[in-house]
Design a protein around this ligand. Structure first.
Ligand SMILES: O=P(O)(O)O[C@H]1O[C@H](CO)[C@@H](O)[C@H]1O
Ligand SMILES: O=c1cc[nH]c(=O)[nH]1
Length: 292
């Protein structure tokens, strides 16, 4: 049965609804960034840029870096946007837009997030690089999918008990990265941990400006929690959703984050721009070891 026009939405030019892309526009290796201005900070290193388009916060550039074809896609902020980006990227490679049916041979994408993040541990200082061994979703978006096979309930149960998690918030879900990608991108320059993916920047990450949070010591409990050697290392707003949807759709995913803030020490990077430039160079260097 063809997928209905209301479900797989194509623009008049045949491109997919939000990303505005056609299947030929994307590579099998994709770097996701939050900020649309970060796209050109990556593609300025490319030998050639073959395609560039932007709709809303979703900017895509595809080109060649030292002979490797790569697409950079900006997601904007948050897991609701990741739902759009991951479903549309998957549709671009695994659904035949003419017949509106699933392809017989499915394509596996390599999806690497290059983001910014706030550390929860003193040992992961400002200006370092964090690799997310797991994403811990607090956003709730993944609960709309059948996640039973990809979640890690013993960690989740221990986490809920230790942190006295308020059940009015969505139930946390722990999802793994691609261990193959993690091996490729890990080095003495990276620190690995569990990335907590929050549903907001202020209250949901324990920041207080004028509004008090529901649980003022939640960040302390996140800091102290450990399970079989795993600790919560950092906060950001997309990783667990990328890991969850990639695992469900059969793609490989990894999240690399430049640590611009340290919540344990109260510090913020003096030069976040230079830090993200270093993470971009690090990522591009390692990405060449991926097969095409
Ligand atoms: O720098 P990016 O990739 O946007 O990532 C982080 O920064 C944003 C918040 O300022 C959130 O998207 C968070 O995940
Ligand atoms: O503290 C931080 C820094 C960047 N992005 C976040 O979501 N949180």
């Amino acid at each position: 049965m063809p997928i209905k026009e209301s479900e797989l939405i194509l623009n008049p030019d045949g491109s997919i609804y939000h990303l505005n892309l056609k299947p030929e526009h994307i590579a099998n290796t994709i770097i996701l960034v939050g900020d649309q201005d970060r796209v050109s900070k990556i593609t300025k290193h490319f030998d050639t840029i073959e395609f560039s388009i932007q709709k809303r916060e979703f900017k895509t550039e595809t080109g060649f870096y030292k002979g490797k074809r790569i697409s950079i896609v900006s997601t904007g902020i948050g897991c609701d946007n990741i739902d759009i980006v991951l479903n549309e990227l998957d549709a671009l490679v695994n659904i035949d837009f003419k017949t509106r049916t699933l392809k017989t041979h499915l394509t596996t994408l390599n999806i690497i997030r290059v983001g910014t993040s706030g550390s929860l541990q003193k040992e992961i200082p400002v200006d370092s690089f964090a690799i997310s061994a797991y994403g811990l979703d607090f956003s709730g978006m993944l609960h709309f999918y059948d996640i039973e096979k990809i979640r890690h309930t013993s960690f989740e149960e221990a986490f809920v008990k230790f942190t006295k998690w308020n059940i009015n918030k969505s139930q946390p879900i722990l999802v793994s990265n691609s261990k193959t990608l993690e091996t490729l991108f890990s080095s003495e320059k990276t620190k690995s941990g569990v990335t907590a993916t929050a549903s907001g920047f202020y209250g949901p990450q324990g920041r207080v400006l004028r509004l008090k949070t529901e649980d003022p010591i939640l960040n302390d409990r996140l800091h102290d929690f450990s399970f079989e050697g795993l600790k919560i290392s950092n906060f950001e707003m997309e990783t667990a959703a990328i890991y969850g949807l990639s695992a469900l759709l059969g793609h490989n995913a990894l999240s690399l984050n430049a640590i611009i803030a340290n919540r344990a020490t109260g510090q913020f990077s003096k030069n976040p721009g230079a830090l993200i430039e270093r993470l971009i160079s690090y990522t591009l260097d390692r990405i060449l070891d991926l097969g095409n």
